[in-house]
Design a protein around this ligand. Structure first.
Ligand SMILES: O=C(O)COP(=O)(O)O
Ligand SMILES: [Mg+2]
Length: 233
């Protein structure tokens, strides 16, 4: 019997990175004379990695952006973000306890993030979380990224698990759509960075805190009863 797999998104799901995303983005776009963005803006800007975030910030300010400038600003962002990690970023309340109980119940854990590897991996290492996960796949791990099903399916494969025994936890349309595309059940969190109410994304379940992500909930969403789960290790 395949080990159950719980896959987490990173920004806005596992870790509250918003203050540092906003700081690095504002540092970046200030170099081009753009006014700073707010948390509200971030919920629209974030989700498809740094390059898309910079492009969307320029669109938001109705300022054209040529590719050489975009590349320079990308480097500026990476340099700033890496120099300040982990900054004010912290796991959400109850994350560590939740990972502990899922692991104790014999479940495997993974991360599937659109954040690029050179930012995601050191951040998780600095927060002491990297070793908890069987695999961490990033926005540049495969040729495609969320919402493409293959980002989730590749994560499941690297974790040595099975899509029919996997669950995706996320905060944005990319996560829920990727799960639906991969035919994996999904849980949306209400506390992340979505510019629409997560209910409208039709996840299989919604949680407003990690105390609600119980072993029983995971088992029921991936169609395992408690007895099967106990023999799944
Ligand atoms: O960095 C981003 O744009 C998105 O990252 P996430 O997939 O972990 O939410
Ligand atoms: Mg996210």
């Amino acid at each position: 019997m395949t080990t159950p797999l719980v896959i987490f998104d990173l920004d806005g799901t596992l870790i509250d990175t918003a203050p540092d995303l906003i700081d690095s983005l504002n540092h970046t776009i200030a170099a081009a004379g753009l006014a700073p963005v707010t948390f509200e803006d971030l919920t629209y800007l974030v989700g498809q990695g740094v390059r898309v975030m910079i492009h969307r910030a320029f669109e938001l300010r109705k300022v054209p952006l040529d590719e050489p400038t975009a590349e320079r600003l990308f480097d500026r962002y990476i340099e700033h973000y890496r120099a300040h990690m982990p900054g004010r970023s912290r796991p959400y309340d109850g994350v560590v306890e939740c990972l502990d109980r899922l692991e104790t119940a014999g479940m495997r854990l993974a991360i599937c993030t659109n954040k690029i590897g050179q930012l995601a991996i050191p951040l998780l290492e600095k927060l002491g979380l990297a070793d908890r996960f069987a695999t961490i796949t990033c926005g540049d791990t495969f040729a495609v990224r969320k919402p493409d099903a293959r980002h989730i399916l590749g994560t499941v494969d690297r974790a040595g698990c099975d899509p029919t025994r996997s669950l995706m936890i996320g905060d944005s349309v990319n996560d829920i759509l990727a799960a639906q595309n991969a035919r994996v059940p999904s849980v949306a969190v209400t506390f992340g960075y979505s510019d629409v109410s997560v209910d409208t994304l039709n996840p299989d379940h919604v949680i407003s805190g990690y105390d609600q992500l119980t072993v029983e909930l995971v088992q029921s969403l991936i169609g395992l009863d408690a007895k099967q789960a106990a023999t799944a290790k």
